[in-house]
Design a protein around this ligand. Structure first.
Ligand SMILES: Cc1ncc(COP(=O)(O)O)c(C=O)c1O
Length: 511
């Protein structure tokens, strides 16, 4: 009797505890139900988003903004803090409108002519980021998602075919050339079976124009102690194959371990294209890993008239091209190719099935999973940002758009040259133009051009960056935004003329 009573008491307590737990779970579910945004609310958010997209589009089309957007030159309102509770949706979207739409530096503006205009954000590519994000599309392994991974493989193969990469290659789509290069350098290190004890004897060859992502990649893969050689360039700022070979031989004679050459197709500063085919000959003779950074210049391979610059790319061991530059996609899409795909797999995949995947049968020898070809597991489905525009527009329009950029750079170069008032150190090979104005007698040419650049950028109508070559200050224009057309280049040219004259006269008056 006494025991039953105790037992009943225990059962009652258990029931009460379960009721409590149920109640708590129901409360939590109610409180978190906002995460499942109902259709009416979704539509409100979407329509506010579309308003912002249209405002952006109108302001860019009509040049209401320059590339440096400001709210009537005032600083934008302060950004609200993150709080425990919600903030009213309208004010959150207003913040986005103030800070993302109406302020900041706009790399996708038609008169943004600085650095490398990147992340142009053609609309279907934006949808390619949005749609998989909403559906939680997972692309780490095949599972039942084979088709979307095939879609990604087709995108990578399309890029590989563009550069004539032979069968047996593999690649991945990462967020940036920085990360693609990091992977390439890791694959090269493993493939050459470098031992940590020898890192200090390993030699990497680049030029002074090689992008710093190569150096960062070397640091990240443990090769900080390796020796970095700066190979001489010719008068067009291109790596010289003869200079490279001479250096490699000297290093070999000195008992060092020449290992990797980093060449560039389209250097950031000058747009020059290193002679990849000649460099590949040197690499073959000395068994060096040849990596090419084609982050900026790569997609100009679509243009028949530039094909000769890309000869030899099919001989490289690895290369990087950035669709978020040359194909006008939003930031976050870079393609890495490795000629011997097994090497990429060996570098990135696990020797054994990781414990958390044991028994899941997610990986197979037949279908390599993207996570076996990159350092990432979960990642956005970046291929969709290429797939949608490539399918919706076709390849041809990208070819034509890039041809337009090449011609615009030539046109701009020709206009500057025609005045006789500018020094132009280099004919544009791709879409970068370097120039500087001649200075009035007795005025330092570097200072004159620095002032010219400051004047141009302070106006807010255009934005460009300098190129300092052997201590000489040049102005630099890079045409790559898909929105940049002849009227924008004409505007840039007339502003340069106007500012140059103004500056010239003010200095003459001062003298
Ligand atoms: C030639 C070159 N390589 C690499 C990079 C870095 O690219 P990302 O920003 O995608 O890392 C750039 C950026 O402009 C570049 O011009």
């Amino acid at each position: 009797m006494g025991l039953d009573f105790v037992e009943q008491g225990r059962e009652k307590m258990q029931e009460a505890q379960e009721d409590n737990l149920h109640q708590t779970l129901m409360d939590l579910r109610m409180k978190t139900s906002v995460l499942e945004v109902p259709q009416v609310e979704r539509e409100k958010m979407t329509s506010r988003t579309m308003e912002m997209v249209n405002t952006y589009d109108d302001n860019i089309r009509n040049l209401t903004w320059g590339p440096m957007k400001t709210l009537d030159k005032e600083s934008p309102p302060a950004i609200g803090e993150i709080k425990e509770g919600p903030t009213d949706n309208d004010s959150v979207m207003q913040d986005f409108n103030d800070h993302l739409v109406n302020a900041g530096l706009n790399f996708g503006h038609p008169t943004f002519l600085a650095f490398i205009p990147t992340g142009g954000g053609i609309y279907p590519a934006g949808l390619g980021a949005f749609i998989p994000a909403i559906f939680s599309t997972f692309t780490g392994f095949h599972g039942k998602n084979t088709t979307i991974i095939e879609m990604e493989n087709k995108v990578i193969k399309w890029v590989a075919d563009l550069f004539g990469y032979p069968a047996g290659h593999a690649g991945n789509i990462s967020s940036s050339a920085s990360l693609s290069t990091l992977t390439a350098v890791a694959v090269a290190r493993d493939s050459k079976e470098l031992k940590a004890a020898d890192f200090h004897r390993c030699v990497i060859y680049c030029t002074e124009f090689t992008h710093f992502v190569v150096l960062k990649a070397l640091q990240a893969v443990g090769l900080r102690e390796a020796i970095l050689r700066t190979v001489p360039v010719d008068k067009s700022f291109k790596m010289t194959a003869a200079g490279l070979e001479k250096q490699v031989m000297e290093d070999k004679d000195a008992g060092l371990l020449p290992f990797l050459v980093a060449a560039t197709v389209g250097t950031t500063l000058t747009g020059s294209v290193d002679p990849v085919n000649d460099i590949a000959d040197v690499c073959d003779r000395h068994q060096l890993w040849l990596h090419v950074d084609a982050a900026y210049g790569g997609f100009f391979a679509l243009c028949e008239e530039k094909k000769q610059l890309f000869v030899g790319l099919e001989r490289t061991d690895s290369m990087v091209a950035n669709p978020h530059k040359g194909m006008f996609l939003p930031f976050g899409v870079s393609v890495l190719l490795v000629k011997d795909g097994r090497k990429l797999q060996q570098c990135c995949s696990m020797k054994q099935t990781p414990l958390c995947f044991k028994g899941c049968q997610l990986f197979s020898a037949e279908h390599l999973a993207p996570s076996e070809l990159s350092f990432e597991l979960s990642r956005p489905y970046r291929a969709a940002q290429m797939w949608l525009p490539l399918k919706m527009f076709g390849v041809g329009v990208f070819r034509e758009a890039l041809k337009e950029k090449l011609l615009l750079a030539r046109y701009f170069y020709g206009k500057l040259k025609g005045t006789g008032q500018f020094e132009l150190p280099l004919e544009p090979e791709l879409s970068v133009v370097l120039f500087r104005a001649t200075a009035p007698p007795g005025v330092n040419i570097n200072n004159f051009n620095q002032q010219l650049l400051d004047g141009l950028n302070s106006d807010g109508k255009i934005f460009m960056t300098p190129a300092v070559l052997s201590d000489q200050f040049y102005l630099r224009v890079c045409v790559l935004c898909f929105r940049t057309h002849i009227e924008h280049v004409d505007l840039c040219f007339s502003l340069i003329q106007e500012k140059r004259l103004h500056l010239w006269e003010s200095l003459r008056c001062d003298a």
